[in-house]
Design a protein around this ligand. Structure first.
Ligand code: ADP
Ligand code: GLC
Length: 502
C-alpha cells in the first residue's frame, strides 16, 4: 500500500540502521526479578522504530532455556576456562543470545540467589563469564552480525567494558545504571581469575577501596553512562545518594545522563490485558469495579466501598516498606484496605506480617512473586503506594497510572518526575496524576494517604485524577529516541577519533 511505502522510505532516509548488543542479567519474558527485566524486554522493540536492531545477551539459566524454546546454536567458545554454547533465540519480538554454561548457570534458584535465598558464592565468576562472552560476541559477531554499539546494564554486565578494552575492541560502549545500590563488589583476591591485564587493578579501572567493583569498571571504561531518570542522574552525584560512587561518577560527569524508562504498552494495557477480570479504558472506567471485586475475592478482603490500596514491590529498605506499619491504623480508621504483595528482606517481611494479624480482612500481606497478580492489582486497586527511600526510575507507578490506580509516591528519583502531585496548582491546571510525600517520613506518607482518601470520597474529583493519570505518556517513544541519538553520537565520535577520519 502506498502510505506504508512512504513511511518506510522516510525511516530509511532518516536513520542509518545500526546494530546494538545489549548485555543484561534478566529480560522479560524469559527471566524476571524486577524492573530491569521489563526494561531489557521492552526497549529493543521501541528502538526498532529508530532504525536500531538490538540483540540481547543473557545467561542461559534453566528458566531462560525453558521459556525460549525457539532457538538454535550459533557458537561454541571457551571463556575463562569454561565451555560456553551460544544460542540465538527469538521470543516475544526479542532477539536473544543465550550464554549457556551449565557449570555456572544450570542451578536451582533465581538469577542471583540459590533456592534458599542466599547469593551464589561465585556470582563474580558467573557475571565475569557473561561479560567476557559479551566481549567475544562484540569482537567476533555471530552469523555475520556485528554490533555497532554495546549497551551494558548494571554491574552484572559492567566487566564487559574491561574485557573489550583489554582486547582493544573499538566499539562504543554505553553503561546504564538501573540501581547504584548494587555494585558487584568482590575481594581483590578474585582479580587473577578474571584474566584481565594487571594494570586494570587501578583506581581508574576496577579497583575500589582495595576491592574490585564490576560496576565501577563499567562506569570508568564505558564511553557513556546513563541512568534511568534525569533526577536520579543528579542525585547520584551527591555524597548522600552516591552510595560511595559519587566521586567516580563525578569523574564521568561529562558523559553521564538520565533517560527515563518507558513501559511496554502492549503488555500493560487494561483494554487487552488477559490477566484481569474485566478489560477497560478511559471510556469504560466503570468496568474497574469487576476488578476491584476480583481483588477482594482473591485476597480475602472484607468487601466494601472503601478504597483498596496496594503495594506491589520488593519488600526491602530501599522500597520503604517499614514505613507502612505505622500508617496502618490511619488507613483502617478511614475505612480503606491494604494489600501488600512481594518478596524480600525477611526481617521487614516478618515485621509487617506481625502487624497485620490484628487487621484481618482489612490488611493482607501476600508473600510471593506473580506477574498475573501484579496485573490484577493494578486493575483492581484504587491506589498504589510506593514509599521508596530512593528510586532510580520505578515502573510500578507507571503501570498504576496507565491502569487508573492513583499512585502515592515518595518524592525521589524517577517517582518525583513521573507522578504530578495533586496540589492546588496542579489540580487547577488539570495536570495532577497522584500524590507525593517526603521520602522516609511516616508523617508525610500518612498525610499523602489522607489527601488521597479525601479525594477518593469525591467521585468526580477522583475520576478527573484517573483521567489525567491514564492520559500520561508512558511509552518508550521519546526515551528510545534519546538512546538512539546517544548511540549515533558515540559512533560519530569514535569514527572521528580513528586515524583517517575527519
Ligand atoms: P525494582 O526493579 O526496583 O524492583 P520497578 O518498579 O522498576 O522496581 O520494577 C518492579 C517490577 O517488578 C514491576 O514490573 C513490578 O510489577 C514487579 N514486581 C514487584 N514485586 C512483584 C511481585 N510480588 N509480583 C509480581 N511482580 C512484582
Ligand atoms: C532498578 C530500579 C528501578 C528501575 C528499574 C528499571 O531495579 O530499582 O527504579 O525502574 O531498575 O530501570
Amino acid at each position: 500500500m502506498e502510505p506504508d511505502t512512504h513511511a518506510k522510505v522516510h525511516i530509511v532516509r532518516r536513520f542509518e540502521p545500526l546494530a546494538v548488543l545489549a548485555v543484561a542479567s534478566e529480560a522479560f519474558p524469559v527471566i524476571k526479578t524486577g524492573g530491569l527485566a521489563d526494561v531489557i524486554g521492552s526497549l529493543p522493540k521501541a528502538l526498532l522504530s529508530q532504525g536500531v536492531g538490538a540483540r540481547t545477551l543473557v545467561p542461559a539459566y534453566p528458566a531462560v532455556l525453558a521459556n525460549c524454546p525457539n532457538r538454535e546454536i550459533v557458537g561454541q567458545m571457551s571463556v575463562l576456562g569454561e565451555e560456553v554454547t551460544l544460542w540465538a533465540g527469538h521470543c516475544n519480538e526479542l532477539e536473544l543470545l543465550l550464554a549457556d554454561c551449565p557449570a555456572l548457570f544450570d542451578r536451582l534458584g533465581g538469577p542471583y540467589l540459590d533456592d534458599r535465598g542466599r547469593n551464589f558464592i561465585d556470582n563474580w565468576r558467573r557475571f565475569a563469564l557473561l561479560s567476557a562472552t559479551a566481549a567475544r560476541v562484540a569482537a567476533e559477531g555471530v552469523d555475520g552480525w556485528r554490533p555497532d554499539v554495546v549497551h551494558l546494564h548494571d554491574w552484572q554486565a559492567g566487566l564487559t567494558a574491561a574485557y573489550m578494552r583489554a582486547a582493544g575492541i573499538d566499539i562504543p560502549i554505553v553503561l546504564t545504571i538501573h540501581n547504584l545500590a548494587f555494585q558487584g563488589q568482590f575481594p581483590a583476591s578474585i582479580f587473577p581469575a578474571l584474566g584481565l591485564p594487571d594494570h586494570f587493578f587501578h583506581m581508574n579501572a576496577l579497583e575500589y577501596y582495595g576491592d574490585i567493583s564490576f560496576l565501577k569498571a563499567g562506569i570508568r571504561m564505558s564511553d557513556a553512562v546513563t541512568t534511568v531518570s534525569p533526577t536520579y542522574a543528579r542525585e547520584i552525584l551527591t555524597e548522600e545518594q552516591g552510595m560511595g560512587m559519587a566521586g567516580v561518577l563525578q569523574s564521568r560527569r561529562s558523559v553521564l545522563s538520565g533517560i527515563v524508562n518507558g513501559i511496554d504498552e502492549d503488555i500493560w494495557n487494561p483494554l487487552t490485558d488477559s490477566h484481569i477480570a474485566a478489560n477497560y479504558d478511559l471510556e469504560s472506567l466503570e468496568a474497574r469495579q469487576a476488578n476491584r471485586e476480583a481483588v477482594e475475592r482473591v485476597y480475602g478482603l472484607t468487601p466494601g466501598d472503601g478504597a483498596i490500596l496496594s503495594v506491589i514491590s520488593r519488600l526491602t529498605w530501599q522500597k520503604g516498606i517499614d514505613l507502612l506499619a505505622p500508617v496502618l491504623p490511619g488507613i483502617i480508621d478511614r475505612g480503606a484496605r491494604l494489600i501488600v504483595i512481594g518478596e524480600g528482606d525477611p526481617s521487614i517481611v516478618y515485621g509487617l506480617a506481625e502487624q497485620t494479624r490484628k487487621y484481618s480482612g482489612r490488611v493482607v500481606v501476600h508473600l510471593g512473586f506473580s506477574e498475573e497478580s501484579a496485573h490484577l492489582l493494578h486493575a483492581g486497586s484504587d491506589i498504589v503506594i510506593q514509599p521508596s527511600r530512593f528510586e532510580p526510575c520505578g515502573l510500578t507507578q507507571l503501570y498504576a497510572l496507565r491502569y487508573g490506580a492513583i499512585p502515592i509516591v515518595a518524592r525521589t528519583g524517577g517517582l518525583a518526575e513521573t507522578v504530578i502531585d495533586a496540589n492546588e496548582a496542579a489540580i487547577t491546571a488539570g495536570v495532577a496524576t497522584g500524590f507525593q510525600f517526603r521520602p522516609g517520613s511516616v508523617e508525610d506518607l500518612y498525610n499523602a494517604i489522607d489527601r488521597a482518601l479525601t479525594t477518593f470520597e469525591n467521585a468526580r474529583s477522583w475520576r478527573r485524577l484517573q483521567t489525567q493519570a491514564m492520559r500520561t505518556d508512558f511509552g518508550w517513544g521519546r526515551s528510545a529516541e534519546r538512546y538512539a541519538r546517544l548511540y549515533r553520537q558515540l559512533i560519530r565520535d569514535h569514527a572521528g577519533s580513528m586515524p583517517g577520519h575527519a
